[in-house]
Write a protein that binds this ligand. Structure first.
Ligand SMILES: Nc1ncnc2c1ncn2[C@@H]1O[C@H](COP(=O)(O)OP(=O)(O)O)[C@@H](O)[C@H]1O
Ligand SMILES: [Mg+2]
Length: 216
């Protein structure tokens, strides 16, 4: 993987585990600390990416897993080149609501597509710039479903077994890459979870801002 300045941080976990909530809380903390950052969500974040998001999340479409994977990768290629890499080059922190691990977890472990193929595509789509640090918000499939409520989109309608495989896949990724992936218990309150993530993130922010000269 190639390195740039800046810090690329992703939040991962099954739908309903609390990623978007934590991204919002982290944005507040970064603002308060005067750290320049950009925050993006996958799929999306570019004009083409948002269009692809519509296709992926619409309940009325039935997509093959292969087409689904390639659409995610197309959105990622746009996002990486238009936003992520340029922002990192400027020394910014980039916060991603889902990134490369989602594809391993959903299309790989969940849908059964070849993990090696996904690895290669991830590499090409990101230009080789993979996350420096990833928080995996760990919540059971049942608890996440209870938090989500009833208004499910196409991806969320896939059955419990599928989400179980996704969840176990995420834990397997964390087991294989303990240096990068921090598993956090997502059952605790929003504030407590944010405090824990911030505590783990802080030393990395310090190092990254030292590299760029933006001390805080
Ligand atoms: N720590 C938490 N404890 C209880 N409820 C939470 C917590 N974090 C998020 N929620 C709630 O769970 C739901 C899903 O959270 P969200 O952040 O949208 O998850 P995700 O983005 O991972 O799908 C929301 O209604 C949110 O308010
Ligand atoms: Mg979300």
């Amino acid at each position: 993987m190639f390195k740039t300045r800046g810090l690329l941080v992703s939040l991962e976990g099954i739908d309903g585990c609390g990623k978007s909530t934590q991204i919002e809380l982290l944005q507040n903390k970064l603002n308060q600390s005067g750290i320049s950052f950009v925050s993006i969500r996958e799929p999306g974040g570019t004009a083409v990416g948002e269009g692809i998001r519509q296709v992926l999340l619409q309940s009325s479409y039935s997509l093959t897993s292969e087409a689904e994977l390639l659409l995610y990768m197309a959105a990622r290629a746009e996002l990486s080149r238009q936003i992520i890499i340029p922002s990192l080059m400027e020394g910014k922190v980039v916060l991603c609501d889902r990134f490369t691990d989602s594809t391993f977890a959903y299309q790989g472990y969940g849908a059964g597509l070849d993990l090696q193929w996904i690895r290669q595509l991830n590499h090409k789509a990101t230009g080789g710039r993979l996350p420096d640090l990833t928080f995996l918000l760990d919540l059971s499939v049942q608890e996440a479903a209870a938090r989500r409520g009833d208004n499910l989109d196409r991806m969320e309608k896939k059955n419990f077994h599928y989400h179980g495989r996704v969840q176990r896949g995420y834990l397997e990724i964390a087991r294989q890459e303990p240096e990068r992936v921090v598993v956090v218990d997502a059952k605790v309150s929003k504030e407590k979870l944010c405090g824990y993530i911030w505590q783990k993130l802080f030393p990395h922010l310090r190092k990254a801002t030292k590299r760029t000269g933006h001390e805080f």
